[in-house]
Design a protein around this ligand. Structure first.
Ligand SMILES: [Zn+2]
Length: 189
């Protein structure tokens, strides 16, 4: 295991960056350094306390947008997936960003994700539908089942993306047409 070069927050950033396609550990460290050096901009970035999105305001621009359907919540794994859905223009709803997926093999449990506030949002926001827009990976589907158990009894309809999403596919890599179709043709979980 490589020696740690920074505090836990920065190590976490490096680990996240290292997961990006084409970025090895060395370039991930460089990218992290670059981000930290842009400190002035960096400090303005905050995590939305309502949904987990990143923005320069809290609540974020999406949560504060009254033109969106307040009854529909789209659960995504990452901010990158949120961006992909926004690019597709498939839905005008709000989001809940998990910050990853449950992964027993990697030691990622419910407490490591942004799950705690999700059940409370159902009543507080009068949600009628939660769309599980998670990746078609084993961990994504494990997470989808967990969330269905968590909110399924709260009187909200839980749906998932249509099978246009290839197995093992990650939302962020889908073209916008495929993503739109997957949202439109979503099915009951
Ligand atoms: Zn938000």
């Amino acid at each position: 295991m490589a020696e740690r070069v920074a505090g836990p927050e920065i190590e976490r950033l490096i680990q996240l960056l290292a997961r990006l396609p084409g970025l090895g550990p060395r370039s991930a460290r460089r990218a992290a350094l670059h981000l930290i050096r842009k400190r002035e901009e960096h400090e303005k970035i905050m995590v939305c306390s309502a949904c987990g999105n990143v923005d320069t305001v809290d609540p974020c621009t999406i949560c504060a947008d009254v033109r969106r359907d307040p009854g529909v919540l789209v659960v995504v794994e990452t901010v990158a997936d949120l961006w992909a859905l926004e690019r597709s223009g498939a839905i005008r709803a709000r989001y809940h960003v998990l910050g990853g997926t449950l992964s027993p093999l990697d030691g990622v449990g419910p407490k490591d994700l942004n799950l705690e506030t999700l059940p409370g949002r159902v009543a507080a926001e009068g949600l009628r539908e939660i769309i599980l827009a998670v990746n078609a990976t084993v961990d994504g589907q494990t997470t989808a089942h967990y969330i269905t158990d968590l909110v399924g009894h709260l009187g909200v309809t839980v749906t998932r993306l249509a099978h246009g999403v290839p197995v093992g596919g990650e939302l962020d890599y889908l073209d916008e047409g495929t993503l739109s179709a997957a949202i439109r043709q979503r099915t009951a979980f």
